[in-house]
Design a protein around this ligand. Structure first.
Ligand code: DGL
Length: 269
């Protein structure tokens, strides 16, 4: 492996761009290859086996592209596919759940942590098990929010539509008196301002946890130890999608604002 080999990023679709954005801040001098499995998304409503195998196919594609490490940006794919990928691939693979929990456990003061995620992520109980490794007294309650994935996918990031959807889901926490909310789906940090607005209106102080920064730092630690950090003058990002490249490219160009050279390709895997 070489220092200027790219870093691979995988998501079920465009949601992982929220993670890529943070990666670009933490790694300004790295090349990236990002794949969004737009053909098979949403992952949040698919079976565990299905998510595990699609995740592995996409990660294997990135490995074949010669990446030196991979970030599974997708929470659902992390829950069902991280272990399998770490066992089978001979490059470092990091997911988003452990970094999110390592931050949530530090910021919660009352040990009540809420999780808003896909139904698959909530059902997997991986967040619950992971946060308890940091502090077994933490109580985590999860709510699955499929409509919020669709709202964000349709570009409703900060408007009345998405605010209404978020408010409905937050009502499901009822009398759970959480002080920390994990945005446990790649799409949700893209609607962060809408979450903040709602809590402000409700006069509630809730710490929002976006797994992205901690995930980027976790990978940086690994690459530093392996002496694989790059110092590229003109880094490049290659984007791949498994369907509808035009729509995917539009969203990328709306969300990612960099000086990096970019290329787009549709792939069949
Ligand atoms: N990327 C997925 C996640 O973070 C959300 C979208 C989907 O259901 O595919 O869980």
């Amino acid at each position: 492996m070489k220092k200027n080999d790219p870093i691979g990023v995988f998501d079920s679709g465009v949601g992982g761009l929220s993670v890529l954005k943070e990666l670009l801040k933490v790694f300004p001098e790295e090349n990236f290859k990002y794949i969004g499995d737009t053909l098979r998304m949403p992952y949040g409503v698919r079976t565990p086996k299905d998510v595990e195998s699609s995740t592995f196919e996409c990660l294997n594609f990135l490995a074949e592209q010669g990446v030196k490490g991979i970030v599974i940006a997708c929470n659902t794919a992390t829950c069902y596919g991280l272990k399998n990928a770490q066992e089978k691939l001979d490059i470092p693979v990091v997911g988003v759940v452990e970094p999110a929990c390592s931050y949530a456990y530090l910021v919660t003061k009352n040990n009540k942590v809420a999780l808003i995620a896909t139904e698959g992520t909530v059902k997997s109980k991986v967040y619950e098990e992971t946060i308890k490794k940091f502090n077994k007294n933490i109580v985590l309650k999860g709510v699955g929010a499929p409509q919020l994935v669709l709202d964000v996918e349709n570009g409703n990031l900060n408007n009345d539509i998405v605010e209404k959807t978020i408010t409905n889901y937050l009502n499901e926490f009822e009398d759970f008196d959480y002080d920390t909310l994990i945005l446990g789906c790649t799409h949700f940090p893209l609607a962060r301002e809408a979450f903040e607005k709602i809590f402000e209106k409700q006069n509630r102080k809730v710490k929002l946890v976006d797994p992205a920064n901690r995930t980027a730092v976790a990978l940086k630690d690994i690459l530093r130890k392996d002496d694989l950090l790059n110092q590229e003058k003109n880094p490049k990002i290659d984007f791949f999608s498994t369907n509808n490249l035009g729509k995917f490219k539009n969203t990328v160009e709306n969300v990612i604002d960099t000086d990096n050279e970019e290329s787009f390709k549709e792939v069949f895997i």
